[in-house]
Design a protein around this ligand. Structure first.
Ligand SMILES: Nc1nc2c(ncn2[C@@H]2O[C@H](COP(=O)(O)OP(=O)(O)OP(=O)(O)O)[C@@H](O)[C@H]2O)c(=O)[nH]1
Ligand SMILES: [Mg+2]
Length: 316
């Protein structure tokens, strides 16, 4: 067996070898055939990993909060993995470096694994890479995985779709931003964190969120609002308790199972699209396609008919 074989790496990663684990996540990140094989390998190996998404605008304090939450998990003598994602950047860059610095305290703790992720060349992008990464971490039996991601746009909705509990981080004075992103926030937030509560205006921001929640028709879980000062460690116990209550709610109500099923179907959808794109683009690059292409350009065949023809070839 070759040394960098995924199975071998997985065995090593399970024995707390963090270098091996980092290599596995690089395989996920790079995509392609090795990533697909790894995804198949870890598909059913997951334990009871709980995934927490931390999302919010740049600089909201996500990493500072995550840093404190890591301590909460470590106080319970559990291990934790953090994946930081900036969907706006195809490469892991400066912001991620900042994250590393912010979580420096845990850098020498082998019970904490921190990793930034980009999607270079990963067909299917983050929508596939993130669940795959989570599954690798689950196979290694981390009880907690935190996913830090910037923003609350459509891409982030996809990313947080992979989380069990999603915390949206807001700062005092963001009333307008809450108003503008109402639909997105209501769709993804299981928990609101008003971080930087040491600044002016957190009471008004809380009122803005409460108003938004009152005007929506929530059934079951109503996202709690927690005020924090991440830099001073204030409110972190409450955040962790809110995450645990939501975890408990998901189990009790059956909502957790419903989400799990929806997630699997969504993933199938993404895998399917990626597979089709891959197979069809392989076909298009074959020399034998040149003739058909000329016919398309010459108006002898329409793109709809040709697309169906390509699909037929692709699945054979
Ligand atoms: N006053 C105050 N500053 C804070 C608080 N939490 C974080 N900060 C500061 O806000 C800045 C950004 O914090 P980060 O934790 O890096 O925020 P982030 O959301 O991870 O930022 P990106 O990953 O770049 O989007 C840093 O300078 C922190 O020290 C807080 O509760 N109060
Ligand atoms: Mg950050």
């Amino acid at each position: 067996m070759v040394v960098n074989d995924a199975e071998q790496l997985l065995l090593q990663a399970k024995q707390a070898n963090r270098v091996a684990l980092a290599k596995l996540l690089s395989i996920v990140e790079r995509g392609g055939q090795p990533a697909r094989e790894l995804a198949r390998l870890v598909w059913s190996l997951g334990g009871s990993t709980y995934v927490v998404g931390i999302t919010g605008a740049p600089g909201a304090g996500k990493s500072s909060l995550t840093d404190r939450l890591i301590s909460q998990v470590r106080n319970r003598l559990l291990e934790v993995a953090v994946v930081a994602i900036d969907p706006t950047s195809p490469f892991s860059g400066g912001a991620i470096l900042g994250d590393r610095v912010r979580m420096q305290e845990h850098a020498t703790d082998n019970g904490v694994f921190i990793r930034s992720m980009a999607t270079r060349g990963h067909l299917g992008g983050l929508a596939l890479a993130v669940p795959d990464a989570i599954r690798v971490l689950a196979a290694v039996q981390f009880p907690y995985v935190f996913i830090e991601t910037v923003g609350v746009g459509q891409v982030e909705v996809e990313i947080v779709g992979a989380a069990d509990t999603t915390a949206v981080v807001i700062n005092p004075g963001w009333g307008d931003a809450i108003q503008a992103n109402k639909a997105g926030l209501l769709e993804i937030a299981d928990l609101f964190i008003i971080n930087k509560a040491d600044r002016e205006g957190s009471r008004e921001t809380r009122r803005d969120i409460e108003l938004m929640l009152e005007m929506s028709s929530f059934k079951g879980w109503i996202p709690p609002i927690v005020e924090t000062v991440a830099t001073e460690g204030k409110g972190i116990d409450e955040v962790f308790q809110a995450i645990e209550s939501h975890h408990e709610y998901l189990g009790r109500s059956g909502e957790g199972e419903k989400r799990r099923q929806a997630r699997i179907l969504e993933e199938l959808n993404h895998v399917l699209q990626a597979e089709i794109t891959r197979k069809v683009s392989d076909l298009i690059s074959e020399p034998s396609f040149a003739e058909r292409k000329a016919e398309l350009i010459g108006g002898e065949i329409d793109p709809y008919s040709l697309a169906l023809e390509l699909l037929k070839f692709a699945v054979d």
